[in-house]
Design a protein around this ligand. Sequence first.
Ligand SMILES: Cc1cc2nc3c(=O)[nH]c(=O)nc-3n(C[C@H](O)[C@H](O)[C@H](O)COP(=O)(O)O)c2cc1C
Length: 347
Amino acid sequence: MNEENLFQKYKLSDSLELNNRIIMAPLTRCFASEDLVPNKLAIPYYEKRADAGLIISEATLIRKDGQGYPGTPGIYTQSQIDAWSEITKAVHQKGGKIFLQLWHCGRVAHTFYTNQPTLAPSAVKVEGRVPRTKDLQYEMPKELQIAEIKQLVVDYQTSAKNAIQAGFDGVEIHGANGYLIDQFLHYSSNTRADSYGGNPKNMSRFCLEVIDAICSEIGSDKVGIRLSPAAYFNMDTNPLDPDVFKHLLSEIDKRNLAYIHSGIFDDSVEYDYLEGNVTSFLRKNYKGTVIGAGSYTKQSASLAISEHKMDLIAFGRPFIANSDLVEKLKTNQEITPYTDVMLMELV
Ligand SMILES: Cc1cc2nc3c(=O)[nH]c(=O)nc-3n(C[C@H](O)[C@H](O)[C@H](O)COP(=O)(O)O)c2cc1C
């Protein structure tokens, strides 16, 4: 098998055709300025990877109080929009396509970075040390009031509008990895007794409101979402969670989004309560385009696509380690292995 399917064109939506099925996964790099404006070095960094079928940007904050890591860019000030415009222009000049991943950390944010209260669906904190700090622990979040939830929906919508203004081809809603939207979708982090908690319909409400607000602003063909039905990061498992995701996916199915995307580090892991791995769970419960991700190789990704387990493959760490990943895959060159040291440089 020669894995040719990875290099076929793919029609993502009426407005978007991808040059191949290889997606650059969103990768937080922590190189933005104090004002959370993307670093100039991000221009060549993304430009060099423009031969991916689609680049999904590093997670990008919809507002300051969502910040949980140093140097993560935003999309809520004019300087941020202007800096992103230079990046999208460079990618487009190389014939590439790029979506912006929209992010709010919820309870994984910290006042150390934000100087503002930490907000979450419920006053349930995440355990552990804040990354890139010496010994700072996560703090107890403040439970969001209904009016604050409505404001967040508006802020997601505004940030999608800003993304289009900055020249992005679309946005990916970061609904994965234990951040704000995901916190509504799991019983361990959502203990609300109002219309945003207590059952699958209510727990899906915030996510669907965000999707609807963004689709009404920029069109559903320009919107994707990343989801983590397995509670594997910043989250505890509850056996009832899959019912929330089944409901959510059946609702997303009606909305004609560009795609849904697995949020997982190792997709070979099988979860009892999902009756398989994350991508197979998404595939089983959703009819549209599925992007798989999580420790795939050229061979395993190509096989999964040929077996219709996914339509597109996102690579993360291999894209950090190899700016020319697509070319290397195409010509069977050796792939440089990723190491944590590579995180310290934006090359
Ligand atoms: C340094 C680093 C930063 C990441 N940042 C993000 C992010 O901003 N948003 C996101 O959804 N996933 C993020 N991820 C997860 C990746 O998108 C991807 O799902 C994961 O690395 C598994 O794919 P891989 O095995 O091909 O690396 C990050 C992963 C790494 C290693």
